[in-house]
Design a protein around this ligand. Structure first.
Ligand SMILES: Nc1ncnc2c1ncn2[C@@H]1O[C@H](COP(=O)(O)OP(=O)(O)OP(=O)(O)O)[C@@H](O)[C@H]1O
Ligand SMILES: [Mg+2]
Length: 236
């Protein structure tokens, strides 16, 4: 088991957002968190990363309790979060954006260490844009750069928060193929999506959140065959 989240309760101030959320991600699995706007998908990923520390419950990463640890320590243990808002440095070139993410002398995980050349092979557009300022990239290119930078930290578990949000269908298709390549390499992925098309295509299993609770969980193949659930929880 790579990740085991058990009964976490997360608050923003006095607002109780997650109510006993539990989920698991196994080695080399792609798992999605689905649900409408505001149900707690981002909060779940931020809870795992230590950015919105849960008040109770347990989060084990490769068997080790990480609830209560600082985000940077969680990152060092091997979890990489690609946030909704695609953080890149607009005044650095694409190359510099990647360079600053290099962890010197560190290699871990099942995959070979990520290098700039290797992320450029996965995202050829980043090579074409190498000398351009980060701020000149399109939304899709920024998303790819953010994923690439996170990979440079050699994560064992990749958390992707709504990777397709706001992107044109062709760009979503490209990102879908890139995530599938990562999956093929054995990467373990937990992603959140409101628009479930992408998630249903690439995930093995899924969890549907409804107002901070896990309302459904199961294999994606099962979900696809159940229009009732899709309609009730996802509005499809
Ligand atoms: N920083 C914050 N302070 C207070 N409340 C917050 C904060 N961030 C999110 N919330 C609230 O927590 C709830 C869950 O938000 P969250 O962002 O986790 O939902 P989401 O499922 O990711 O939604 P979306 O699909 O819009 O990204 C919402 O009611 C939201 O208004
Ligand atoms: Mg969100």
């Amino acid at each position: 088991m790579v990740l085991a989240v058990k009964e976490i309760n997360t608050f923003y101030g006095l607002s109780h957002i997650l109510f006993g959320v539990s989920l698991e991600v196994r080695q080399s699995e792609t798992v999605c968190i689905l649900g409408r706007n505001g149900v707690g998908k981002t909060t779940t990923l931020r809870s795992i990363m230590g950015l919105a520390p849960p008040r109770s419950g347990s989060i084990k990463f490769k068997g080790e309790e990480i609830r209560g640890k600082q985000p940077f320590d969680i990152y060092r243990l091997g979890i990489g979060l690609v946030p909704e808002d695609r953080i890149i440095f607009p005044d650095l070139t694409v190359h510099e954006n990647l360079e600053i993410a290099v962890k010197k002398g560190e290699r871990r995980g099942s995959m070979e260490g990520w290098t700039i050349e290797k992320v450029q092979r996965l995202f050829p557009i980043l090579k074409a844009r190498d000398k351009q300022w980060g701020g000149t990239l399109s939304g899709g290119e920024q998303q790819m750069l953010t994923i690439a930078r996170t990979l440079m930290g050699n994560p064992r578990l990749l958390l992707l928060d709504e990777p397709s949000e706001g992107l044109a269908p062709l760009v979503v298709k490209a990102i879908e193929e890139q995530i599938l390549l990562l999956k093929k390499e054995g990467m373990t992925i937990l992603l959140s999506e409101q628009n479930s098309n992408l998630a249903l295509k690439i995930s093995d299993r899924g969890y549907i959140l409804e107002k901070g609770l896990v309302a459904w969980q199961g294999a994606v193949s099962e979900l696809k065959g159940d229009p009732e659930i899709m309609k009730n929880y996802l509005g499809l």
